[in-house]
Design a protein around this ligand. Sequence first.
Ligand SMILES: Cc1cc2nc3c(=O)[nH]c(=O)nc-3n(C[C@H](O)[C@H](O)[C@H](O)COP(=O)(O)OP(=O)(O)OC[C@H]3O[C@@H](n4cnc5c(N)ncnc54)[C@H](O)[C@@H]3O)c2cc1C
Length: 289
Amino acid sequence: MNPKPFEYHAPKSVAEASSLAEKYGTDAKFLAGGQSLIPLMKLRLLSPSHLIDLGRIPGLSYIRDEGHDLAIGALVRMGEIARSDLVRRHCPILSQCAHQIADPLVRNMGTIGGNLSHADPTNDMPAVMVAAGASIVAASGGGSRVIPAGDFFVDTFTTALKGTEVLVEVKVPIGPTRRGAYLKLERQAGDFGIVGVAAVLEMSSDGRCAAAGIALTGVGPTVVKAARAGEILKGAKPDKNVIDRASRAAAEEAQPSGDLRGSAEYKRAMVETMTARAIQAAVRRQAER
Ligand SMILES: Cc1cc2nc3c(=O)[nH]c(=O)nc-3n(C[C@H](O)[C@H](O)[C@H](O)COP(=O)(O)OP(=O)(O)OC[C@H]3O[C@@H](n4cnc5c(N)ncnc54)[C@H](O)[C@@H]3O)c2cc1C
């Protein structure tokens, strides 16, 4: 099926995009890589009358080392994240996650801003952002604000962005003591995951976790922050007993429902297994810089 007719707008600035969104309200949608929006329009599950293409706005496609953060512009494609040496060196969990998203065709079009703004509970990047304690920068004609990733994902396909706000940047904390891993259980390579787990650990010199973030993909209405799992790891040496307790807590915190990918019981069991593996992988990883 083809989408219903729509009017196409190509603003040259975030302020212009935002004012178009204000003008057309719920009749308008921002367009980035189109990898989620266009299929929905083709299926006529969404039929906006106005598409506001962010792709012509200069200055939204960069990956920068800002010392304590890796700053990533909203229009950076998943493929660029997967291939970036800077990302691999400073924040390998991001490369690892990007590599597991769909296939090269989708990765070469889909953007980080779109992956997060779409807030699909089976999209992979939200869990990495929540586990890493990332910040999301939203801008409109009226200025910008920073939203912690933990507050950004509100519900299925719903974020804290206001209708006129554009996600312009993501800031992911980096540092020599941080370790992270994202593991995804999928039926075949390139699928949306049955379950995904992001684990980010801040290690202290005595081998304890000074802080830990665990977040889950595909087992709730939106990304699930497994806060109790993180608390169990905090201040502890990540030995088998601690990892087992944290993984069990993550499984209890998951809110899975049964679907074509598996029953709720199966997904909960997989959260426990995948959380243990993600924490172990994070512990094993070399310092991220
Ligand atoms: C076959 C296939 C398989 C896929 N598999 C996976 C997978 O395994 N894992 C995964 O994570 N994803 C997967 N995806 C989704 C893919 O990652 C999309 O690229 C992503 O969800 C949306 O990014 P986009 O840039 O294409 O956004 P678009 O499709 O252009 O937009 C998506 C939504 O976000 C809004 N939006 C986009 N950018 C912004 C912004 N900067 N500010 C505010 N709002 C914005 C749009 O208005 C729209 O509502 C798959 C997609 C396809 C087609």
